[in-house]
Design a binder for this molecule. Structure first.
Ligand SMILES: *Cc1c(COP(=O)(O)O)cnc(C)c1O
Length: 417
């Protein structure tokens, strides 16, 4: 008995027939559920911003914006995405270690909530524009962030300004004429799965923010704490405990708000908000054996899902992979799932136990709604980027059409020979 996977009543085979494969499918119910369950637990005084880089699809951003999320952006196109997704300028922050003059102009013109400054030279350059502007100082904290798979604090890095440098920059900041330092930004790193680590990091950042505002003599109006909340992908990982997180965090937030009543608190999250809702759907083209191992060769692979290659580990760990055609059937065989690229690294999963896979079957990589196509080498071997579909309130919307050959070749020039 085959029982296929479906999204809000749409059989996956129907979606695949209608939109083609490879395909990203986002379940709007899950997107809303994840945001809602976080929102209802987090202290109401903590604003949630969505880090657009995790999934910059404009419709995904619009859904999150409609739920109340602000947007954190890092390029001109992301800023325009935020604008078109309906974000009020006061709910947009712009950051990045190497902003262009054009990007700064656009921020000033739109009047974003804040520009996050990542070096003293950038502060000086902004001040030289002689326009009033509100900035957050991105601090690279001296304490080591706990629990991040990719630490972005307490290590040498291109982001932000080292904490001890900031503490000695009182004079420099006092001399700024047009720039208003309105607060502090810190990003702790990504893929945090332990609530106690997140609480530890957040407390550390709030403490540093308080001390900096005293030492550098500015009023703390915003503290933006980069989230980095994780989604478990691998066998040895477990879900982040939201209740424990809220319990540990909300007292800290209460305490901070008592001491800084006018201060806006923001947490920026990417992966956690969109990771759960996305499925990368591929179709098996061939199933073959090589030297005793079974290989499924599918129509899409790491060109659209680079993260599945393995994040920061030497051991190959698999994302959750399922047969979508035989969703409920028991596993009978171990397979390597390869894509169409002429590259040995194009393997989405190794030795995964699955029900029998036949050519034409659909396979899905779950929890793939963050850092998917836009974080993957979609132009490698010129297959282009896949279609993306958002199922919202029972309706399947094509939210990005698949790249065509014309799209891929359109920007090239053939010189005359
Ligand atoms: C990437 C990034 C985020 C989002 O990180 P996630 O791990 O996806 O939550 C937040 N803030 C900054 C500064 C980032 O660079």
């Amino acid at each position: 008995m085959t029982c296929e996977y479906s999204v809000q009543g749409h059989a996956i085979s129907d979606l695949a027939a209608r939109f083609g494969t490879p395909l990203y499918v986002y379940d709007g119910d899950i997107l809303r559920e994840v945001y809602g369950s976080l929102r209802e637990r987090l202290h109401p005084g903590m604003d949630i911003f969505y880090s657009v880089k995790a999934n910059p699809n404009i419709s995904i951003c619009a859904v999150l914006r409609s739920l109340g999320a602000g947007l954190e952006v890092s390029s001109l196109a992301e800023l325009e995405t935020a604008r078109r997704a309906g974000a009020a300028p006061g709910n947009i922050v712009f950051l990045g270690p190497g902003k262009s003059a054009e990007e700064l102009d656009a921020c000033l013109q739109l009047g974003v909530h804040a520009i996050v400054c990542e070096s003293l030279d950038e502060l000086a350059a902004l001040d030289a524009r002689q326009q009033p502007v509100r900035v957050l100082l991105r601090v690279n904290p001296s304490f080591t962030t706990k629990g991040a798979r990719l630490s972005m604090g307490g290590t040498p890095q291109q982001f932000g300004i080292d904490q001890d440098v900031l503490f000695q920059s009182g004079q420099f900041i006092e001399e700024l004429r047009h720039v208003t330092v309105a607060g502090i930004h810190a990003y702790m790193g990504t893929r945090l799965l332990s609530s106690s680590d997140i609480v530890h990091n957040t407390r550390g950042i709030l403490e540093v923010a308080g001390k900096l505002s005293v030492e550098l003599d500015f009023e703390l109006r915003t503290v933006d704490i980069g989230g980095g909340l994780g989604v478990p992908y691998f066998d040895n990982e477990t879900d982040l405990d939201l209740d424990a997180l809220a319990e540990g965090l909300n007292d800290t937030v209460d305490d901070f708000r008592t001491r800084h009543p006018g201060c806006r608190l923001i947490t920026e999250l990417g992966r956690y908000l969109t990771g759960w809702c996305g499925m990368y759907v591929i179709r098996a083209r061939y199933v073959k054996q090589s030297m005793g191992e079974w290989f499924v060769v599918a129509d899409g692979g790491t060109n659209h899902h680079m993260a599945a290659v393995g994040i920061g580990s030497f051991v190959k760990r698999n994302f959750p992979v399922r047969s979508l055609t035989r969703y409920e059937e028991p596993a009978v065989q171990r397979y390597n799932i390869a894509g169409p690229l002429c590259a040995p690294g194009d393997v989405v999963a190794k030795q995964v136990s699955l029900p029998e896979i036949r050519p034409g079957d659909l396979l899905g990589v779950e929890r793939s709604g963050a850092y998917g196509p836009t974080a993957s080498p979609g132009l490698f071997l010129s297959h282009g980027y896949p279609a993306e579909v958002l199922v919202l309130d029972g309706v399947a919307h094509l939210v990005r059409r698949r790249d065509t050959v014309a799209d891929l070749l359109g920007k090239q020039q053939l010189i005359s020979l």
